[in-house]
Design a protein around this ligand. Structure first.
Ligand SMILES: [Ca+2]
Length: 257
């Protein structure tokens, strides 16, 4: 797979409409023939975080890391392939491992995160408001910054077992993410669901202040440790877009412990 500057995938540079990320095989073939320099200059509308096409099947995708404290734990993530498309699959049986990628993306230029996920199993009875049940079948973190280089400032989009779509909540404690529910429950299990959110607006809606210009990371987590159950989910096509018709995802706030 060819990559352009800043990790932007060559074939995507001139071929993706940011409002419609699906690429036909015909379009890919045409785009593969486009000269590199032209393709690089042509792109101003998105930055690729990962589409997992360069990952080795059965392994962790390149560029993604676990926390050092998680390194001894059996990995719940691996690249899988289906109908020629590679994606990241998570099967968490209680390991609760966050997988993160360092990025540097100017969200004044690219304010919208776009991703898709597919959940196969939700953690039983999980509720992100409480520590003893705070699991999510799938989660995508936007890491805006780290205060003092340590404390992450993040918004975490989740597929919740029980909280309704649009809920925003934050548990008390240093470095807790704001949680925003993007999908909920079992109704859409087994289906790919695509989401686009305005991450600048999400910061304003939750932290209530001006967002930093540049975000520093994206992380993924499927976890079922608090509920001693299972969380199975797939992730793919994580981009930041210059233009989109999207909001923050925050509709109402609920109290957490
Ligand atoms: Ca893919």
């Amino acid at each position: 797979m060819d990559f352009g500057h800043n990790g932007i995938m060559l074939r995507d540079l001139v071929c993706i409409n940011p409002r419609r990320l699906a690429i036909s095989s015909t379009a890919s073939a045409i785009c593969a023939a486009v000269p590199f320099a032209y393709a690089q200059e042509a792109n101003t509308n998105h930055v690729l975080v990962d589409s997992f096409e360069s990952g080795k099947i059965g392994a962790l995708p390149p560029g993604w890391e676990r926390k050092k404290s998680d390194n001894e734990i059996e990995k719940p993530y691996m690249v899988k392939q289906e109908d020629g498309n590679r994606f990241l699959a998570a099967e968490d049986n209680g390991q609760s491992v966050i997988l993160g990628k360092n990025v540097s993306i100017d969200i004044n230029k690219y304010p919208y995160i776009s991703f898709r996920w597919r959940v196969h199993r939700i953690p039983t009875g999980a509720d992100e408001r409480a520590g003893n049940s705070g699991d999510s079948a799938a989660a995508v973190y936007v890491i805006y910054k780290k205060v003092m280089g340590l404390v992450p400032v993040t918004v975490k989009y989740v597929w919740s077992s029980t909280l309704p779509v649009g809920v925003a909540t934050q548990r008390s404690g240093v470095g807790r993410p704001w949680i925003v529910v993007a999908d909920s429950g079992e109704q859409e299990l087994g289906k790919w669901r695509k989401h686009v959110f305005d991450v600048r607006q999400a910061y304003r809606d939750t932290f209530g202040s001006k967002p930093p210009r540049t975000i520093i990371g994206v992380a993924l987590l499927s976890d079922a440790n608090a509920t001693s159950s299972q969380a199975f989910a797939d992730y793919d096509d994580i981009y930041f877009l210059a233009e989109a018709d999207a909001e923050s995802g925050v509709q109402r706030f609920v109290e957490a412990e």
